[in-house]
Design a protein around this ligand. Structure first.
Ligand code: NOJ
Length: 533
């Protein structure tokens, strides 16, 4: 690691989705003790830190991104004592813990929103949210999940919800809201967390006049890099909020961090979130969205590195998370296909073998880049999306709100397979899992992969070890003259996107390869190799 307190600059951070990671009590829903019990396996994999998606009390209308109490733990997941144990055990193992902070909206069951509905229009209680009068919705904005972004209350006012109707947007113009979140940050910092992933970080401030806007925003999308920022996203006012949070975090020891989930383009605009007095990291979604094409990938890599270098930040690479089709399935569609918002049994199906082959190559390429990287639980097993889930199981609000046009995100949220021959594949002690696990998942189970040469889990473990050993996280990218190849310090990273095998330079010693080389020692199609020359 480069600087002890700047651990995040080159860290590999593993996203745990608590509902679906490990279930300790057999109710079919993952929980905090389940996570704590599996932390040694994450240590063995070789990650530096763990980001936990929300585990706070919540009616779970958006899988916990509808928070009813920012200072507690939902009984489904455990209690505050379990959170303390999880943090302590992670620290014992030398792992950092990042928690999710959801500041754009609360749940409609949060005490503040209940009080707002009970109070009169114009009251201080309503001033914490975005209420407006009128016969018609105050403007043309639509919800990211589909339908109108405004809901009418029985007394005739409207409130804004950029997501589900159960997720009212907070009014960040109100100092009380700002104070409250500083206090929430303190609450978790005092409990020892190492950072916060900030949900919808580009959305907190809305343009003052709430000007009309007819472009539909989608998860991780919605900002045209060539146009002006939409009135609900990436407004200048968000930055002073993060500056105030940074000042608070800097008062704590140990390098506490903020990572932005901000759907902002182009790269130079996103880099404004990671200026020295703001956040530490911002997910690189243009990278996640780039097609499996060398020119496009090279452009997005160069632009990201340049924009982040200009503000003294490293780049935060990511290929999968709980909001997108898993990359092992995404890359199984024809090259250049647009990213789909979920896949159902009647939809075109990806080529699973091709998808996994490319996913392994894509991961090795990503981990060969300097900066930080996020992994999403299950990708180290090569897990595909559940692409044939019967619709009756779907819980993502996008499925209903889109009028069943978008299958939504349940397919990437299916509980993990740990043991091939156990009930629920070892997700929990019972044969219960809140979303159905496909029958084919035994072959992906951890116990079928650990110690098995060439398995995806062993590929990830080797890659994380070599990445650390060769200091790739704090290196740089120097492109080779031909093909898709770059040097990062002493390591040559080569990905073959073409139809013909690619020769390695004479004398190259292969450190790791996403698939075996061909009989002549050449790099086959859709394979990444790390080598020293
Ligand atoms: C982004 C989160 O990642 C997603 O899961 C959630 O639905 C929205 N923000 C709303 O909080």
């Amino acid at each position: 690691m480069l600087h002890t307190d700047e651990w995040w600059r080159d860290a590999v951070i593993y996203q745990v989705y608590p509902r679906s990671f490990a279930d300790s009590d057999g109710d079919g829903m993952g929980d905090l003790p389940g996570i704590t019990g599996r932390l040694p396996q994450l240590k063995e994999l070789g990650v530096d830190a763990v980001w936990l998606s929300p585990f706070y009390p919540s009616p779970q209308h958006d899988a916990g991104y509808d928070v009813a109490d920012y200072r507690g733990v939902d009984p489904r997941f455990g209690d505050l004592g379990d959170a303390d144990k999880l943090i302590a055990e992670a620290h014992n193992l030398g792992l950092k813990i990042i928690v999710d902070l959801v500041p754009n909206h609360t749940s409609s069951e949060h005490a503040w929103f209940r009080a707002a509905l009970a109070a009169a229009p114009g009251s201080p209680e309503r001033e914490r949210y975005i209420f407006r009068d009128g016969e018609q919705p105050p403007n043309s904005w639509t919800s990211v999940f589909g339908g109108d972004a405004w809901e009418r209350t029985p007394d005739g006012q409207w409130y804004l919800h950029l997501f589900d109707v159960s997720q009212p947007d907070l009014n960040w113009g109100n100092p009380e809201v700002r104070e409250e979140f500083l206090d929430v940050l303190r609450f978790w910092l005092d409990r020892g967390v190492d950072g916060f992933r900030v949900d919808v970080a580009h959305g907190l401030i809305k343009e003052e006049n709430l000007a009309d806007w007819t472009t539909t925003s989608t998860i991780l999308g919605g900002v045209d890099p060539a146009g002006p920022p939409p009135p609900m996203w990436d407004q200048e006012g968000v930055h002073e909020i993060y500056q105030s949070w940074r000042s608070l975090l800097d008062q704590y020891e140990g390098g506490r961090i903020l990572v932005a989930e901000a759907w902002v383009a182009p790269a130079a605009r996103l880099a404004r979130y990671v200026r020295p007095d703001e956040m530490h990291q911002a997910f690189n979604f243009p990278y996640l969205d780039a097609p499996w094409k060398p020119a496009e990938l090279r452009t997005v890599i160069d632009e990201s590195l340049e924009a982040n270098n200009a503000v003294g930040a490293t780049t935060t690479w990511v290929l999968s998370n709980h909001d997108v089709v898993r990359h092992a399935s995404r890359l199984g569609f024809p090259v250049g296909s647009p990213r789909v918002p979920g896949i159902g049994a009647e939809d075109p199906q990806p080529d699973a073998a091709l998808g996994l082959r490319r996913a392994r190559a894509a991961t090795l390429l990503m981990l060969g880049l300097p900066g930080s990287a996020y992994l999403y639980q299950g990708e180290e097993l090569g897990l595909p999306e559940h692409t044939t889930m019967p619709d009756e199981f779907r819980e993502d609000p996008a499925w209903e709100r889109s009028g069943h046009k978008e299958r939504g995100r349940d397919g990437c949220r299916v509980p993990l397979p740990w043991e091939a021959d156990a009930p629920s594949y070892g997700f929990g002690p019972a044969d219960a899992s809140w979303l159905p696990q496909p029958a084919s998942w035994a072959e992906f189970a951890l116990d079928r992969q650990q110690g098995v040469a060439g398995s995806t889990w062993e590929l990830y473990r080797s890659a994380l070890g070599l990445r650390r050993e060769h200091g790739l996280g704090h290196g740089s990218v120097r492109w080779a003259d031909a093909g898709f190849a770059f040097r990062n310090g002493g390591v040559l990273v080569v990905t073959n996107f073409g139809a013909e095998p690619v020769e390695l330079p004479a004398g190259a010693r292969v450190l790791l390869s996403s698939e075996p080389l061909d009989g002549d020692g050449r790099v086959p199609t859709d394979v990444t190799v790390w080598a020293v020359v």
